[in-house]
Design a protein around this ligand. Structure first.
Ligand SMILES: [Zn+2]
Length: 316
């Protein structure tokens, strides 16, 4: 998908009766140079399945890793092939958490591809069901992998939380990845501050969420601070984190969000913005060390015992 920038203008409130809009994208996958920077493509993102691929060089070898396994092995293999990658090139996977849209049961099949799968130790004890048969490795907060360090932080999401990642490549580039974020804390901002490329969820439009036919308990789960980020919360977090080269929006709700609304809410972000979709991979997005000066963080407001950059904006 072509990175999209919108002119800065005042957001217009969406109408709850708006029909889902078609996503206009350019579907030409540009060839990847084997000597290029690390890159990321979001193969698909949303409640029907999440999976991203990152690719980098180390010792003249090309490495690929998946973040989440929420698509079937067959679909993952096909989408990787559309990017010129073989499933055999995947060295490992990182799991953010164990919800079914992040770990597809097909990966437990006896003939599915096998590679190490890393997940937070707090999820490991629950991994027997959805991740049965996988080559699981538990981490606490830091992972050292070939050509790559990953620092993980648990964010509020349902009972067990979800891992957000700051990946630092040996060549010096930084990628931040945070999805299924119940609320944004100062610690999360610190964790991801000033990354070169940031992938961040922008799940719902509060107007469409409130107007939807979803049951109240589900609306409360999504908007209550342990579910997902609204477009507005995502935009405030992204401004505070200050990605220096590129922002990728993840996990848009098909029912309660629109790409155009999410982009409009992120119009003040000072870098290109790409919206991922549930249906097709994004174009490869290069992760380059930014020549731009470091971001200056916003002052942190502390609320009670928990430090918050800003209070959670929506109450069910
Ligand atoms: Zn999810």
């Amino acid at each position: 998908m072509t990175p999209t920038r919108l002119p800065r203008r005042q957001p217009t409130p969406p109408r709850a009766t708006d029909a889902p809009e078609p996503v206009m994208e350019r579907r030409i996958i540009e060839p990847i140079s084997p000597t290029a920077h690390p890159w990321i493509s979001v193969l698909a993102s949303g409640s029907s399945g999440n999976c991203s691929v990152i690719v980098w060089q180390d010792d003249h070898r090309t490495h690929a890793a998946l973040i989440d396994l929420g698509l079937s092995p067959r679909r993952t293999t096909r989408l990787l092939a559309s990017l010129g990658l073989s499933i055999d090139a995947v060295s490992f996977a990182l799991l953010t958490h164990l919800d079914s849209d992040h770990i597809h049961p097909g990966w437990s099949g006896p003939r599915s591809p096998r590679f190490p799968v890393h997940l937070h130790e707090s999820h490991a004890a629950r991994a027997s069901g959805p991740a049965r048969g996988l080559d699981l490795h538990a981490f606490s907060d830091r992972l050292t992998l070939p050509g790559l360090h990953a620092d993980a932080m648990l964010v509020s999401h349902d009972e067990l939380g979800a891992s957000s990642f700051r990946l630092r490549f040996a060549s010096g580039e930084h990628l931040g990845f945070a999805t299924d974020v119940g609320r944004v804390t100062a610690e999360l901002i610190d964790h991801l501050l000033g990354v070169d490329v940031l992938a961040l969820e922008s799940n719902y439009c509060p107007i469409l969420e409130h107007a939807s036919s979803r049951p109240d308990f589900l609306k409360r789960r999504i908007m209550g601070g342990s579910g997902h980020l609204s477009n507005e919360e995502s935009a405030r977090a992204a401004r505070a984190i200050g990605p220096r080269e590129h922002l990728i929006l993840l996990h848009l709700s098909r029912e309660c969000n629109r790409p155009s609304i999410a982009l409009e809410r992120h119009a003040a972000i000072d870098c290109p913005v790409t919206v991922s979709t549930h249906a097709e991979p994004t174009l490869p997005i290069h992760i380059r060390r930014s020549p731009r000066p470091p971001h200056h963080p916003q002052p942190v407001v502390r609320v009670g015992r928990q430090s918050m950059l800003f209070a959670h904006g929506v109450r069910a």
